[in-house]
Design a protein around this ligand. Structure first.
Ligand code: OGA
Ligand code: NI
Length: 404
């Protein structure tokens, strides 16, 4: 926390009011007082999210480590949302169905079949795995290991990075600010790589000692991979290679990382590591745990457990590409299940459009028979849905459809 934040939250806890209550109080003020306070409140409510969570934060890791035998009520999903299966290891019968696997080396050497398969994957699955992607296996392992070590540090070392709903940067344990919401069984760390003004080493962990260096290199490599994938998607949509990237704001794209930590769960059949959601951004490149499965993708109304290949990345289309492609490409719902045997760590890298430019279906993909499905909206505006409401299936992108 910087000094200003400290003063602000101190003032807040003194008068005991949250953001909404502050607004009500303002209505009863004199004009002069209103003016004085307005500036403060506007600054604070610029994006509608304040400095404080609606309830005290509980680290899921600390619950898991307290040897509970039952899951606290806050984490128990209503029966219809509970996972049907608990899978610990790769299951042979499930291995038969898996999301498509794409060899990027072969694709970039001009293999037309690969181009076709990645196009089908984007239309039908919204998900695929990439192999021969150019990121060194050692770097992938180092990134995952260093984050595992971070989460295994004592609580005090992590609490200094405790996050707030305002930017979500840092160490967090919930998504959404709705009081009384049923929570997911995970803690996470969220940080920015791009745009450069948002990249702030002080908001990155300083321990373990090599973590900043490793994450920095990892981020640079994934920005490159993201850029390469964008050219493929663009060509496959019938656009110029650079066109999708241009629609993202060219050089000014956003890139951030959410590291998910899913502790062991005493009753995995009652809870979820991450509730069903589609990713709000452009494209996600996920480095899954190499030991423990957990990610499930919705396909033809069933939940498919992804079996990650060693040193592959799992890529998925986010809502912004669904919007830009006028729904040719699908941002598909996914969720994470937990288990009672092993903790799980995953690194979700988000490649996003520049946050303050309007995103809408690309002109070439709009025809008289296929009118634009979505009105323009900036990503800054769009991501407020998930930041306030938390994961809610595909309701965010579906409610964004133009009413005509
Ligand atoms: C996410 C996500 C999947 C996973 O962070 O958006 O979907 O396997 N993560 O952790
Ligand atoms: Ni996701």
């Amino acid at each position: 926390m910087n000094n200003q934040d400290e003063i602000k939250s101190e003032a807040e806890s003194k008068n005991g009011l949250n953001d909404q209550e502050q607004e009500v109080k303002i209505d009863n003020m004199s004009e002069q007082d209103k003016k004085k306070n307005e500036i403060k409140i506007i600054a604070k409510n610029k994006d509608g999210l304040g400095e404080k969570w609606p309830e005290p934060i509980v680290r899921v890791q600390s619950l898991a480590e307290s040897n509970l035998t039952t899951v606290p009520d806050r984490y128990i999903k209503p029966p219809s949302q509970r996972p049907q299966t608990t899978i610990i290891n790769h299951e042979p019968e499930a291995a038969a169905i898996n999301i498509p696997i794409i060899d990027l080396d072969s694709l970039f050497s001009g293999n037309e079949d690969d181009m076709k398969r990645i196009s089908e994957a984007c239309r039908e699955w919204g998900f695929f795995q990439v192999i021969n992607h150019g990121v060194k296996p050692e770097l992938m392992d180092a990134a995952r290991e260093t984050w595992k070590s971070f989460f295994n540090l004592p609580v005090e070392a992590k609490e200094v990075y405790s996050n707030s709903p305002r930017t979500y940067e840092g160490y967090g344990s919930r998504l959404g600010v709705e009081k009384g919401a049923i929570l997911d069984w995970n803690d996470y760390y969220y940080l920015h790589f791009l745009p450069l003004p948002l990249k702030d080493f002080n908001k990155w962990p300083s321990l373990p000692s090599n973590i900043r260096e490793v994450i920095d290199e990892y981020g640079k490599e994934l920005v490159k991979l993201g850029g390469r994938l964008m050219t493929i998607l663009s060509s496959n949509l019938g656009l110029r290679e650079e066109q999708l990237q241009e629609a993202f704001g060219g050089e000014d794209v956003g890139a951030c990382l959410r590291v998910n930590y899913y502790p062991k769960c005493p009753q995995p059949e009652l809870a979820l590591g991450l509730s069903p959601h589609s990713d709000p951004g452009g494209m996600t490149i996920l480095l899954p745990d190499d030991q423990v499965v957990g990610l499930q993708v919705r396909h033809d109304d069933t939940w498919i457990t992804v079996n990650p290949l060693r040193h592959a990345f799992i890529v998925n289309i986010g809502d912004q590409i669904q919007i830009l492609s006028n729904s040719k490409y699908k941002s598909v719902e996914h969720r994470v299940i937990v288990n009672s045997e092993k903790e799980r760590v995953s690194l979700a890298f988000f490649y996003n459009p520049k946050s303050d430019i309007p995103i809408q279906p690309m002109q070439q993909l709009v025809t008289s028979t296929m009118p634009p499905l979505y009105p323009p909206m900036t990503f800054d505006q769009y991501r407020l849905f998930i930041r306030t409401q938390g994961p809610r299936g595909k309701s965010h992108v579906e409610s964004h459809i133009s009413r005509r």
